[in-house]
Design a protein around this ligand. Structure first.
Ligand SMILES: C[S@@+](CC[C@H](N)C(=O)[O-])C[C@H]1O[C@@H](n2cnc3c(N)ncnc32)[C@H](O)[C@@H]1O
Length: 284
């Protein structure tokens, strides 16, 4: 499939524009490409394609220490060459949600969008209700982006969504979080990882593995994959996730992974991974 190169950049429009790290540009390039492959590739195979952003942000972000404004994940998804039939954007911050609404109204006034204010975990009923009902004569496929700041995902929220035909692109922001809060997570009282993985047995598996602290990040990514496999998502080796590092210190920040029940989605994903590796080797 021929891929149109994306305009990732935007003009400052005076609305709220949260700072994003230097690594975010790579993330957006990857997401934009996957959105495009998915929305175009599935156009004639499904009656309706739905895009869901659980942690939408304001629609634009400013690259740290620069004046460069980058389009955020909801705007990238709205501006693919073959737009999705329906969009659902959830955002907890009222201020960011207001900016997002204004940008969506200006950039894609004709798009069918449901805005869900509040936490995606508390508002999961509303999010599920906004997905068009599928049937044999109206096949609906959703793509859901899960992009929190830290490992604050609640597996239960994904489980609730997983009852429909839905693929997930998930940022497992465990690089810094897992390292910084290691003792708190492993021996402490924190239930954060239990909630992200949807179980408490990971602690026993981690202890039984006798692995070193530096392997905790990989362990959590594998555990998350296993949790998704319990919902019948295909389990792939860890190298099919993209490990994103910080620009300045080259520290691991997060894994970006695809979770799908279809091999076809992984064909698109492999194209995206290859493209991002090629970009890196070209120094772009
Ligand atoms: C990393 S940013 C995501 C930005 C966006 N996906 C992008 O790439 O342009 C995370 C966003 O999630 C919001 N947020 C945090 N917790 C949330 C929750 N439980 N439900 C919905 N939004 C949440 C934050 O206010 C923030 O705007």
């Amino acid at each position: 499939m021929k891929v149109v190169s994306h305009a990732l950049y935007a003009e400052d429009d005076g609305l709220v524009c949260p700072e994003v790290g230097g690594w975010a540009e790579g993330k957006y390039r990857l997401l934009a490409l996957y959105d495009e492959l998915f929305s175009t590739g599935m156009k004639n195979k499904w009656d309706q394609r739905v895009y869901i952003d659980l942690y939408s942000g304001a629609g634009y972000g400013r690259c740290q220490g620069t004046k460069t404004v980058l389009k955020g994940s909801p705007i990238l998804a709205l501006t693919v060459p073959n737009p999705f039939d329906k969009y659902i954007f959830c955002e907890e911050s009222p201020e960011l949600m207001a900016a997002l609404k204004a940008r969506v109204g200006r950039i894609a006034p004709a798009a069918s969008v449901t805005f869900v204010p509040g936490s995606c975990d508390s508002a999961i009923d509303e999010i599920c209700a906004a997905i068009p009902k599928g049937s044999s004569s109206n096949k609906v496929l959703s793509l859901c982006l899960v992009d929190p700041f830290d490992f604050g995902i609640k597996f239960e929220t994904l489980r609730r969504l997983s009852v429909v035909f839905i693929d997930f692109v998930v940022l497992l922001a465990i690089g810094m979080d897992a390292n910084r809060n290691y003792a708190h997570y492993v021996d402490g009282q924190s239930t954060k990882i239990d909630e992200a993985l949807g179980n408490t047995h990971w602690r026993e598996r981690w202890k039984a593995a006798g692995a070193k602290r530096k392997d905790f990040r990989r362990f959590l990514a594998q555990e998350f994959s296993m949790s998704m496999a319990s919902l019948n998502y295909l389990q792939k080796p860890l190298d099919r996730m993209k490990l994103v590092r910080s620009v300045d210190k080259n520290l691991p920040l997060y894994y970006l992974g695809l979770f799908s029940r279809s091999e076809m989605a992984f064909k698109f994903w492999d194209d995206v991974l290859k493209y991002s590796t090629d970009q890196l080797s070209l120094g772009l």
